[in-house]
Design a protein around this ligand. Structure first.
Ligand code: ATP
Ligand code: MG
Length: 305
């Protein structure tokens, strides 16, 4: 991840004074077919994120707009340091917008509080981020335990159910994070993110560091859970196989905003240097060729599930 000094510096005051008061949706291309049943789960409007102060201030997002509809698996792609993780953290309420709004299920994300956040949004962090001092069950049940209102036996049972849901055995419950394979760490982190049955799941590089087989298995698990739990998913990924395997729509983050959204097949043709570089290489062409003809061009999740 680049340090702040590697990012173009924009004095905060100047950057913000240049921001228009009202922020129209400015994506030059958006191919999401609007449905009368479409229901926004995440709405980002006129988002500015500025870090640092004075001469060292720099803007990561400038007037960024994004809507995520219920049932989508939206892939968020962009170069390293373009603010993808920051945007997910803002959806989780862990980071504040400098200006503009990030709304989840109709409420400002920053006002959800910790418990509210866990029951509305689950996040699989970029680095796995299990608590190394807790065993698997302690990690999965953490948010429920934190509530302080549930008997230990209930927390344990709920955590065991989630472990099973992600394909792990009860025998794994007492293992420590250091004794797990990379694929198992991802599964435990996923079980932890889902422990309070949130309708929105945020995935930050879910298959990074996995071998191709484990990566395919994890994609299959995510696809199955998306369907069976009726999840809305926002997924940051650099991995084209994961992107084409899972996403119903792609949003490209470049030039500090979302420059285009659309079905994977369409976005690959958008004229922008990042899009060309990201999708245009050999891996991009291979992944696109492997895409089934009937791959979803628009959100396919049943609206009334
Ligand atoms: N709390 C913070 N304070 C100052 N700068 C920050 C903070 N959080 C993130 N940044 C900076 O914001 C920029 C965007 O960071 P972010 O982690 O969102 O990038 P990213 O798009 O997720 O990159 P990658 O693909 O490498 O994970 C980086 O320059 C980062 O150093
Ligand atoms: Mg990141």
């Amino acid at each position: 991840m680049p340090s702040p000094s590697q990012t173009p510096s924009v004095p905060a005051a100047a950057a913000l004074s240049a921001a228009p008061a009202a922020s129209p949706v400015s994506s030059p291309v958006s191919s999401l077919v609007s449905s009368p049943l479409a229901e926004p789960v995440v709405e980002v409007r006129g988002l500015w994120t500025v870090f640092g102060t004075g001469a060292k201030a720099f803007a990561v997002h400038q007037d960024l707009d994004l809507t995520v509809q219920r049932g989508e698996i939206l892939a968020l792609v962009g170069g390293s340091g373009t603010g993808k993780t920051v945007l997910l953290r803002q959806m989780l309420g862990l980071a504040q917008p400098t200006r503009g709004s990030v709304t989840v299920l109709g409420r400002p994300a920053a006002e959800m509080g910790r418990e509210g956040a866990a029951s509305r949004v689950g996040m699989l962090f970029q680095q796995g981020a299990l608590f190394s001092a807790f065993d698997v069950l302690g990690n999965v049940g953490f948010a429920l335990q934190e509530l302080g209102t549930l008997p230990a036996a209930l927390v344990r049972d709920a955590a065991l159910v989630k472990l099973q849901m992600v394909g792990l055995q009860p025998a794994h419950a007492t293992r420590m994070p250091a004794d797990l394979s990379g694929g198992m760490v991802k599964r435990v982190a996923l079980a932890r993110a889902l422990v309070m049955d949130p309708p929105l799941l945020l995935l930050d590089e879910p298959t990074a560091g996995l071998d191709p087989n484990s990566s395919d298995e994890f994609c299959a698990l995510l696809r199955a859970l998306h369907q069976s739990l009726g999840l809305t998913v926002v997924m940051v990924t650099h991995d084209l196989d994961t992107l084409f395997a899972l996403s119903t729509r792609v949003a490209v983050l470049a030039d500090k905003k979302v420059i285009v959204t659309g079905a994977p097949r369409e976005v690959v043709h958008f004229a922008h240097p990042f899009v060309r570089e990201f999708f245009g290489g050999e891996r991009g062409r291979r992944a696109l060729l492997a895409l089934p003809e009937d791959a979803p061009a628009t959100p396919s999740f049943p609206q009334e599930a």
